[in-house]
Design a protein around this ligand. Structure first.
Ligand code: GTP
Ligand code: K
Ligand code: MG
Length: 428
């Protein structure tokens, strides 16, 4: 018996269409109380939605019915495609509450889908990532994971452990027998290969995680270098105050950008200089702190004064205001007034970001949770190779398999479920 839950599956209106999802054992009965007879499963039909108590019409809607187990959550599901007005939704909520359906908790639909075996745990995470994806690269990564690529890879790792485990178990069960020569060696080779593959996956996973979060680029330089002008130019908006007064920017200002498909946060900062103004000093302190956290830094200096090398190690050096003076050799020259050099700057940034984020396109780990499981497995394999008793080796191999099983949610799921799904939005 599953409780019947409901939620708005689309963004809150006003909108052309809103989708209300109802799932649970009484979903079909509840829908019948709202519309009368139900269409066949998976065949859309137009119905008048009525309040079951007053009989008053609520909306002219499209109805989609799914029967357990052939639905997203695995139980009976009804989708109401209504007009996307707030009052329409409010009236539907009143009717559903009166029919004893309950508002869904965040992530509850996905959680049910996982518990019904419709999706692996990492696939449910991929849904959350796909919903949150802002750029092409993020969308592709989430879609790969939704397709089950990561779960399949983790299952492959577990499968390759089986041979090693069988060898260790054989030594435990038949300690005095002549086991086939090379059995132990084969097991060791399998463990070493897997351990190295996990180490690579961990490296890739850092990129996978970074792609979910986006790359931070700090824009640094002396006062009046044109930092805020560049931020405004690249974002196409007037996000930061620009003025001829040195020390205009105080707080770090963040702008999210889609840089050729890569998610990037540009950070405008206070011009770096020694100042006696305590507020400006605080701005300079914040600028330096952000520069240290950032994945990439741009060092901007007016072309007329760009002889001095950048004090920020590894920064991309940009000479500004090239409409007034020539950029020195080795510096990227830009002018936000004429637009000269900005295409080249964007291309340079895109290349640098791609260097940080580009992955093999394979099923890479994307979350801290995945990385923790892989780290645990790698460490267990490392211990297994050092074990001098087959019992100890077998135990470490079991621990490694268990850790890898956690990625897709095949083992030990209870402790992660509530935390994971609570971070989803309602209706997912
Ligand atoms: N000629 C010319 N002037 C520019 C250019 N870019 C910015 N400026 C001017 O330079 C002055 C300073 O620009 P800002 O963008 O405020 O410089 P900033 O580096 O953010 O300055 P602080 O926030 O004070 O550190 C403004 O008067 C801008 O209009 C450019 O490409 N050419
Ligand atoms: K300024
Ligand atoms: Mg500024």
């Amino acid at each position: 018996m599953t409780e019947t839950i409901f939620a708005l599956a689309s963004a809150p209106g006003p909108a052309g269409v809103a989708v209300v999802r109802i799932a649970g054992d009484r979903a079909h009965d509840i829908a019948r109380a709202l519309v009368g007879d139900l269409p066949k499963p998976r065949v859309a039909a137009r119905r008048l939605l009525r309040d079951p108590n007053s009989g008053e019409s609520i909306d002219d809607a499209l109805l989609l019915v799914f029967s357990a187990p052939a639905s997203f959550t695995g139980d009976d599901v009804v989708e109401l495609h209504t007009h996307g007005g707030r009052a329409v939704y409010a009236a539907i909520v009143r009717a559903l509450l009166a029919l004893n359906a309950r508002p869904a908790e965040p992530g509850e639909f996905s959680k049910r889908a996982f518990l019904a075996g419709k999706l692996t745990l990492d696939q449910t995470e991929a849904i959350a990532d796909l919903v949150a994806a802002e750029t092409e690269a993020q969308r592709r990564q989430a879609l790969r994971q939704l397709g089950g690529a990561l779960a399949a890879r983790a299952d492959g790792w577990r499968a390759s452990l089986v041979e090693a485990m069988a060898a260790a178990e054989a030594e435990i069960d038949f300690p005095d027998e002549d086991l086939p020569a090379g059995l132990e060696q084969r097991a060791r080779t399998a463990i070493v290969t897997l351990r190295d593959e996990l180490a690579i996956a961990l490296e890739e996973g850092k990129r996978g995680e970074a792609l979910r979060d986006g790359i931070e680029i700090a824009v640094l330089g002396p006062p009046n270098a044109g930092k805020s002008s560049l931020i405004n130019y690249l974002s196409g908006r007037d996000v930061a105050i620009v003025s001829p007064i040195a020390g205009t920017t105080r707080d770090a200002i963040e702008v999210r950008l889609d840089l050729g498909g890569w998610p990037v946060t540009l950070i405008d900062t206070a011009g770096l200089r020694d100042s006696t103004d305590p507020i400006e000093q605080e701005g300079v302190r914040r600028a330096r702190a952000r520069a240290e956290q950032a994945d990439l830094s741009l060092w901007l200096t007016e072309a007329a004064e760009a002889g001095v090398p950048s004090p920020i190690p590894g920064a991309i050096c940009v000479a500004t205001k090239t409409d007034l003076a020539l950029a020195p050799a080795g510096w990227l020259g830009i002018s936000t007034i004429t637009g000269v050099g900005l295409g080249a700057l964007l291309a340079t940034l895109e290349g640098a970001v791609a260097d940080i984020l580009a992955t093999s396109g394979a099923a890479i780990p994307t979350r801290e949770r995945h990385l923790a499981a892989i780290t645990e497995a790698r460490d267990a394999l490392h211990r297994a190779l050092q074990a001098d008793l087959p019992e100890l080796m077998a135990e470490d191999l079991r621990l490694a398999a268990r850790a890898l099983g956690r990625i897709a949610g095949r083992v030990d799921v209870e402790d992660v479920l509530d935390r994971l799904f609570a971070s989803f939005c309602i209706g997912k």
